[in-house]
Each structure stands twice: as C-alpha cells, then as structure tokens.
Design a protein around this ligand. Sequence first.
Ligand SMILES: *[C@@H]1O[C@H](CO)[C@@H](O)[C@H](O)[C@H]1NC(C)=O
Ligand SMILES: *[C@@H]1O[C@H](CO)[C@@H](O)[C@H](O)[C@H]1NC(C)=O
Ligand SMILES: *[C@@H]1O[C@H](CO)[C@@H](O)[C@H](O)[C@H]1NC(C)=O
Ligand SMILES: *[C@@H]1O[C@H](CO)[C@@H](O)[C@H](O)[C@H]1NC(C)=O
Ligand SMILES: CC(=O)N[C@H]1CO[C@H](CO)[C@@H](O)[C@@H]1O
Ligand SMILES: [Ca+2]
Ligand SMILES: [Ca+2]
Length: 580
Amino acid sequence: MVSRLVSVLILLVFCGHELASAEKPWWQTASFYQIYPRSFKDSDGDGVGDLNGVTSVLPYLKEIGIAATWLSPFLESPMADFGYDISNFTAVDPLFGTMEDFDRMVAKAKELDIKIILDFVPNHSSDECDWFIRSAARDPVYKDYYIWHPGKVVNGERQPPNNWVSVFYGSAWEWHEGRQEYYLHQFDKKQPDFNFRNPVVREAMNNVLRFWLDRGVDGFRIDAIYHAFEIEADENGDYPDEPVSGWSEDPQDYGYVRHIYTVDQWETPHLVYEWRQILKDYQAEHGGDERILMVETWSPIEIVMQYYGNETADGGQIPFNFQMISNLGYDSDAYHYSEMINLWFEHMPAGRTPNWVIGNHDKNRVGSRFGTERIDLFNILLLTLPGCSITYNGEEIGMTDVWISWEETVDPQACNNEQDGYEWRSRDPARTPFQWSDAANAGFTTGRSTWLPISADYKRLNVKRERGVALSHLNIFKELQKLRQLATFQDGDAEVKALNKNVLGVKRSLRGNHTYITLLNIFGNIENFNLHEHFANLSAEFEYVLITDRSIKHKGDKVSASSVTLMPHESVVLKSTKRQ
Ligand SMILES: *[C@@H]1O[C@H](CO)[C@@H](O)[C@H](O)[C@H]1NC(C)=O
Ligand SMILES: *[C@@H]1O[C@H](CO)[C@@H](O)[C@H](O)[C@H]1NC(C)=O
Ligand SMILES: *[C@@H]1O[C@H](CO)[C@@H](O)[C@H](O)[C@H]1NC(C)=O
Ligand SMILES: *[C@@H]1O[C@H](CO)[C@@H](O)[C@H](O)[C@H]1NC(C)=O
Ligand SMILES: CC(=O)N[C@H]1CO[C@H](CO)[C@@H](O)[C@@H]1O
Ligand SMILES: [Ca+2]
Ligand SMILES: [Ca+2]
C-alpha cells in the first residue's frame, strides 16, 4: 500500500509540477464531453439530432465547463451499424447535415473556445464504400485495400480460409461472387476490414486525418483500434486458425475461439504512433493548439498503456481508461474503487496524463448501473481526480436508461438477434434524446416524433428545470467545474484510498494552496471519520465547498478534520481552511 501510494505521488509530481498551468497543453486537465449526435438536438423536426442542432446548443457546453467534445460518427453511411459503417470518410451523411453545416459547427465552437474531436472508425469501411467496390473489381490501385482470400477446397467444396469468427456471430469471412474470393469482416458482413499491412491503405487513412485537420478538427477519437491488425499471412498467403477456447459449444459464436490472431497484434500501437506523428507534423506546419488522439481499446491494461507511446514515439494522449466501466459494479466497495483507480496510476508511464471514463453510448447509464443515488458520486469522482474527465451526454443532468419495447428497438446489436434477451443486448436505453426542457419531446425536437422514445422523467430531469434547483445534478456538475479551475486541482498531487469499505477518499494537495478532500459514501450507512487517521499532514479544520442533496451540512460550514460525518450516500468536497 505504501509503495503504491509513493508511486502515485511520484507520477503526479512528474506530470503535475513540471509545468505551470499556463504552459500546460490545453487537454491535460480538460473536461471532455461525448455527444451522440442522433440524440443531442434536432434542428429540422425530423426527430433525429443533427449538426445544426449541436451548433445551436454549443453555448450549453460552455455553461457546463466543457473544453472539448467528441461526436459519435456523422459521416456518410448506409447505417447498418448506426454510422460505424462508413461509406465515405470525407463526407457528412445527409441525415446529420452538410459539409457547410459541419464548417459552421467548427466555426461556432472556435468562437466559444470548445474543441471538436471527430470519431475516426479505422477498423473497416462499409461494403458500399467506393474503395471496397473497386477492390472487389480488382482495380489495381484498390485490389489489396481489404483482406481477400480464395478460401480452401475440402472434398470439392469451397470453405472459408479458417475458423475466425465475427464479433456479430458467424464466420468472419464472406464470399464475394464478383471477385470470387472471401473477404474478412471482424464485425458485420457489411463492414469489410481494411488491410493495414498495405502502405497505400495506411496513406489513404492518413489522408482522411489530414482532410479533417484541414477542416479544423482538434483531434480524433479512434474507434475499436484493437481490431486493426490481424496476424500476417504466411508465405502461402494463409492465416492460421485461432485456438478453441472451450467457453462455447457453438463454432459460430465469437467466444468459441481465443482471439490471439485477430485482436491486439503487436503492430497496432505503432499505427497510433504513426497517426500521432501526422498530428504533430500538421501542428508544426499550421500552428495552433496541440491536436489530440483519444484511443478506444478494450485490452488488458498492459496493452492499453502501449497506446500512450514508447520510449521514442508518442502515441495517443488519451488511451481511454475503462477500468471503472469494466471492473466496478453495483456492489463494489470502496477498496475496489480505490484499487481500480490506483491501478491506472501504477501502470501509467511517467510523464503521461490519466483519464477517467464512466459511460458511453455502448453502456448502460450510470444511474441505471450504480443506482440514481450514486449519479452525483460519479460526477464528483470524475471531476476531482487529476487529469482528463470524459462525460457522456446526459450524465450531467442524471439521465437514466429508458425501457424500450421490442417493437421500438432499433439497435442492430439487438434487432439482428432473437427477441429473447434483447433488453440485455440493446444499447438503445442509453441513447434516448437529450432532455433540454419540460416542453413537448423534452425540447429535443419541434417535430412530433423522435427516433427513440423520450424518457418519462423528462419534466423533472431537464436542463431548464435543473438550472433553477440549487442541488440538482446539473448545478453540482457546474460547481465541480469551478473547483477544477483551482491550482490544487489543476496541478496538485492526488492520493486515492478507501477509508473503510464504504467510503472512498481523494486528497488533492499543492504546496502553498488549500488541500481538498473528496469523500464519497458509496452505501447507505451513516459514517464518521477522523481524517487524520487516513491522510497525513492535514490541517485541523476544513470547510464544506461542495455538498449534495443528501447532505445536512451547508456550503461554508466548518468541520474539524478529527470528526467528519457522512450521511447515507452523501458525497462532499472539503477544503482546508489553511493553506499548506
Ligand atoms: C466522398 O465524397 C466526396 C464528396 O462528395 C467525393 O469527392 C469523394 O470522391 C468521395 N470519396 C469516396 C471514397 O467515395
Ligand atoms: C517505438 O516506436 C517507434 C515507431 O513505431 C519505433 O520505430 C521504435 O523502434 C520503437 N521504440 C522502441 C524502444 O521500442
Ligand atoms: C498555488 O499553486 C500555484 C501553482 O503551483 C502557485 O503558483 C501559487 O503560488 C500557489 N498559491 C499560493 C498562495 O502559494
Ligand atoms: C506538511 O505541511 C507543511 C505545511 O503545513 C509543509 O511544509 C510540509 O512540507 C508538509 N509535509 C508533507 C510530507 O507533505
Ligand atoms: C468497441 C467496438 O466494437 N466499437 C465499434 C467497432 O466497430 C463496430 C462495427 O462497426 C461497432 O459496432 C462498435 O461499436
Ligand atoms: Ca434532424
Ligand atoms: Ca482489422
């Protein structure tokens, strides 16, 4: 425990004290916000959110202290997988607007000093992408853009090249009549995998990055990078079978084999290093603030760390930290929380910046996973830890999952399967329209219907109403953003520990400044602590600077560090009355 603590302090000293706030790159303590464009704001009444909608509410992002927003895909797509199947990487899908709308959104964001991050889906394209059509036709420029194989002939019958299985069930190989070969698709058969071993493909993707940099984006969020490379073909052009896992009886099931040749190949982080270099070169040539890469990979933590870079090459500034998403559940206790958080500090290479994610468009909402009584708890935790916070739209107002009938379900992950168990597979419940006000359809659209139903609780949980309620989720979020601006939060050390199995504490301290202590009561008991027993070198007296609707104390109340009481599910931030 002691050595863990020391390593945390060393790391933070390393990345925190080196630079004064003013010289620090903009993203290092930034608060990020994920917008799911279909559901954020509709401008034309068709019930689907769009880019003009986003532009119209950008001042809201400013109001809640957001430095940068990453938007889920809005590029041209047949929408077999809600935009994660891109048919043209440099065109806006008409459902979301036009390139001019995009330019207006970027211009408005620049005016407000909000950074725009594009979701980059390099895994694969749509089979309707012009590149795939040309590849299938053996156009010499495009013929090796994707991964093709003639298959094998067994007893006179043609079969897929090997036993690889698609994430969405069934063989990962699809026969193409035109080309008379199989192509690889790790996801839907409408999503052929690119051949990243082909330098021409790499350059084409690099040019996609340059295209969007020219249009003013400040960085990219890279989707599902761990699927980018497959093992290299042997000298006969063949790919080996993956070993059977023993976890499933069904050879069509993704769990049937262990994915040692189709995910997390050693080359993949180097692809990200190559992209980072493009961003650096672009900045060197065109100036402006640092461009960033956020990297999505659901890999073991040792591999995730490789995406930060190696000794000689930088990778992404923000390899998403999914520890809390993957490893915390409703019953997790404070030791478990502290272990998950400190795990990142222990593994993070020196000089890098931590980041914290608790939700996204693929996961159930925080209030539905952890209970509505813990919504503020997670917002407080994310915003008082050091580094970058990443918030999925709606979490700041406490939106929860919406139950959606089978008839109204639209997520292909649920619809492509049988009805039985769809509620468990569907991602729709966390994607319902954003709740702006108590007007019809929660102020999301002026149209009569919406692509997913509006939550029944929207009259109580919406931006307009919450602005006027002192301890609403929204106002707590905004208070936190103000605290985050203080030197202690910008540059201070962090110590994260469980005070007992129910309460998590985060101490932030910086020489010459006030010390702040976040206390999170995860469960429903009344707790009392002598903080001196848990944190070294504390001043005798603290003051409440952030409370929630569970508190009986008021903001500004003083408390002795030797006896702090927490009400059930209460989360607070305390400030030392003296500087250290
Ligand atoms: C993408 O769309 C743009 C603009 O319509 C067009 O110029 C370009 O050729 C398209 N690219 C592909 C690969 O289809
Ligand atoms: C780091 O990555 C770069 C770029 O891929 C590579 O050239 C270099 O050899 C790597 N360095 C180390 C120490 O592994
Ligand atoms: C608080 O910390 C900052 C950053 O290290 C420092 O510049 C400032 O002087 C400190 N405040 C005081 C009152 O010492
Ligand atoms: C303890 O606090 C004092 C000032 O109150 C400070 O001078 C000292 O460096 C601190 N020691 C540690 C170990 O943080
Ligand atoms: C983590 C993940 O799988 N992300 C995306 C990768 O691509 C597929 C297919 O387009 C999407 O469904 C996933 O959301
Ligand atoms: Ca619309
Ligand atoms: Ca791939």
